[in-house]
Design a binder for this molecule. Structure first.
Ligand code: FEO
Length: 386
């Protein structure tokens, strides 16, 4: 049985210990799909779990109450890691009413056979009482889909935030303060960078509303619950959402015969000379999703590829594609690489930088093998433009 996190409020979701790939994001520590059962005069289930964990969810609920007695199922978000078990729940809880937004209703109808479901369609700012307790609903569109909302339980001051404030961590513990906090925050940052970052402007808006609430506990739908360190977590989220950067550069590259690698080191030397923290990632050894947390708070993103045939190396193209989907405005960068007879990689990398709204400060494109003197010149050239 999952823990009672407040009187008559239970976390009843499931840990997915072995999931390692979430839409291309490597989840080294698995994940969890948190669902919350609130027992009052009316019984409410807040969100469900991924479909394969539906029976597990029902078993956990059965340890507390008969699932057929559920009165309300709140759907904060339609994505299938949270709604996948709704059909099995609704099939058992035949009298239950789904509380959600009009947008989520529309999307649920495009996922499942909902013909037998009863609905209570709410708008942002609406409230529902379930006895001694009151739910407030706040729409948070595009954090992460158009349908997203968060649910606030007034009396307990608990925020059921769904994807927001999540971390991909499978866990036997339930509260973040039961694990090393730095680890949880690092996973939250990685999660933000790989999932939430493109919606940062919407997160800023959501934080404005959430900031007006008196929150005692943040209960996300992935990972650990926060009952301590809330101010720190909200502050980190604000930094991430507003694009706050460190004096830091991320240098990402792949190389065929080490020339691009040599240039990468010359670029790194320039940042070192200017007192920047820098991190280097060769794409032969690093997965693209493992780089994004460092991209989130880096002032500079530098990318290097040799020319392969008419373009760049596929590893670099993969990184650029992923970056383009996630990154928000406000970054600067350098592009670099080597070539034999037609330096075409730069053109394609430039296109990705332009479409990612990354300002290209300079490009370095060297034929064959740069000499030591030339590498020193490159360092000076970059240094002068940082
Ligand atoms: Fe965890 Fe957007 O679903």
């Amino acid at each position: 049985m999952r823990k009672e996190i407040a009187k008559n409020i239970f976390e009843v979701g499931a840990s997915d210990w072995n999931v390692r790939n979430f839409h291309g994001y490597l989840t080294h520590y698995g994940s969890s799909y948190n669902a919350y059962l609130v027992i009052d005069e009316k019984i409410t289930l807040i969100d469900t779990v991924k479909a394969p964990f539906g029976e597990e969810l029902l078993e956990r609920i059965s340890e507390i109450i008969d699932p057929s007695k559920i009165d309300y199922v709140i759907c904060n978000h339609v994505e299938m890691d949270h709604s996948g078990a709704m059909p099995v729940v609704m099939n058992v809880a035949k009298n239950a009413t789904v509380i959600t937004t009009a947008k989520a209703q529309q999307e649920l109808q495009l996922h499942y056979d909902t013909t037998a479901w009863k609905w209570d369609i709410i708008k942002s700012g609406d409230q529902r009482k379930i006895g001694s307790r009151t739910f407030d609903f706040v729409a948070t569109p595009m954090v992460h889909w158009p349908d997203n909302m968060v649910t606030y339980l007034e009396e307990e001051k608990m925020l059921f935030s769904n994807d927001a404030f999540g971390q991909h961590i499978a866990h036997s513990e339930i509260f973040a303060d039961e694990l090393p906090l730095d680890f949880v925050f690092q996973q939250a940052k990685t999660y933000y960078a790989n999932i939430v970052m493109p919606y940062s402007p919407q997160v800023v808006n959501a934080l404005k509303t959430v900031g007006t609430l008196d929150i005692r506990m943040i209960c996300p739908s992935h990972g650990l619950i926060f009952r301590k360190d809330l101010d720190k977590y909200l502050s980190l989220y604000t930094d991430w959402a507003t694009g706050k950067t460190e004096k830091k550069a991320v240098i990402v590259y792949d190389s065929m015969w080490h020339s691009t690698e040599k240039i990468a080191k010359a670029v790194a030397k320039a940042f070192e000379n200017k007192g920047y923290q820098f991190k280097m990632f060769c794409l032969q050894s690093n997965h693209i999703s493992d780089i994004m947390a460092d991209c989130l708070d880096a002032e500079y993103i530098c990318v290097g590829s040799p020319t392969l045939n008419k373009g760049m190396l596929p590893t670099v193209a993969s990184f650029m594609t992923y970056l383009q989907g996630l990154i928000v405005k406000g970054k600067k960068g350098f592009l670099f690489g080597s070539y034999g007879w037609a330096g075409l990689s730069m053109k394609f990398m430039q296109r990705f930088f332009d479409e990612s709204c990354i300002e290209t400060v300079d490009t370095i494109n060297e034929q064959f093998v740069p000499t030591k003197d030339r590498l020193n010149e490159i360092t000076k050239q970059i240094e002068d433009k940082i």
